[in-house]
Ligand binder design. Structure first.
Ligand code: G1P
Length: 297
């Protein structure tokens, strides 16, 4: 069954990126030429997902403006002979966007639950609005996950990336049933475990395909880690109740960048600048010179 709706949570405050995010949503930070959330929307469009439900919060209207039709800008570009830039700002007409607000910051699970009456009773994708997958956000991971969801009759499919031991504490971590393969089944999942308790190093990578049954479980989920209603806890209830959860590993080269802190944001930006089709070669030269200058420090 084709899945054509995604929930894109974008309500997080971005406190680890202050002062950058004081008046601008972290999902609107530039990575090379585009804001992060545009890569996410394009990744979903490429996977055949044409309805996006953004779960917003205070200070997030820049996201709506970015995806809006801007006749004034279009006319200005036409009148000033900058037609070549039109393609860059023309909105995608093949995607419909809905916006709803998470009125209280109660966690990712609660944010997804806010989409319940819009999504209804169909399976859906969850794509975190601050996470890019693959170089320039070009990845077919969502399409692969949708295929596994249908073929394996799964109740949930989650993207995973292997992380270093000291990183497991930042992520939802899989307990695989048997060995980890490119596609594997989960026996359990735990939110942000201590490294000593982590059942593996396979970390949730910001993409999920979910059966609508998750809404009922989310409605029953009590606050967990950090006092928040965790999507991971609802998934745990799903698997413990006999539901089938399938993990899909990111392929080599399909690295995930979340821009939630400065180190990861800088990495995403640098990678994007160094691989820019127009300026990448010059940027690589510039960085090589800079590194030579900084060498030894
Ligand atoms: C959320 C999820 C976590 C997941 C992470 C990245 O955490 O709760 O399970 O691993 O996104 O996809 P957050 O980054 O919101 O703390």
């Amino acid at each position: 069954m084709p899945i054509d709706i995604a929930v894109v949570p974008v309500a997080g405050r971005g406190t680890r990126l202050l002062p950058l995010t004081k008046s601008q949503p972290k999902e609107m930070l530039p990575v090379g030429r585009k804001p992060v959330v545009q890569y996410v929307a394009e990744e979903l469009a490429d996977a055949g997902v044409h309805k996006l439900v953004f779960i917003t919060g205070p200070g997030k209207t820049a996201i709506e403006n970015h995806f809006d039709v801007d006749d004034e800008l279009t006319n200005h570009l036409r009148l000033t002979g900058k037609e070549d830039l039109l393609a860059e700002v023309t909105e995608r007409t093949d995607q419909e966007h809905f916006y709803t607000r998470q009125r209280r910051q109660l966690g990712l699970g609660h944010a997804v639950l806010c989409a319940r009456s819009i999504v209804g009773t169909q399976p859906f994708v969850v794509a975190l609005g601050d996470s890019l997958i693959g170089l320039h956000g070009r990845s077919n991971i969502v399409a692969r996950m949708i295929r596994e969801f249908t073929e394996r009759k799964a109740d949930a499919v989650i993207a995973f990336e292997e992380v270093e031991p000291d990183e497991v504490v930042h992520y939802g971590i899989a307990q695989p049933r048997g060995a980890v393969a490119p596609v594997f089944e989960l026996a359990d999942i735990v939110e942000k475990p201590a490294v000593a308790d982590a059942p593996s190093r396979m970390a949730v990578a910001g993409r999920y395909v979910l059966s609508p049954a998750i809404f009922e479980l989310l409605a029953d989920t009590k606050p967990g880690k950090g006092g928040e209603i965790q999507l991971t806890d609802a998934l745990r209830a799903l698997v413990r109740g006999g539901g089938k959860i399938v993990g899909v590993r990111l392929a080599p080269g399909e690295h995930r960048h979340d821009v939630g802190n400065y180190e990861r944001y800088f990495r995403a930006f640098i990678e994007s600048a160094l691989t820019d089709p127009q300026y990448g070669p010059a940027m690589r030269e510039f960085v090589a010179e800079l590194l030579a200058k900084l060498g030894g420090k």
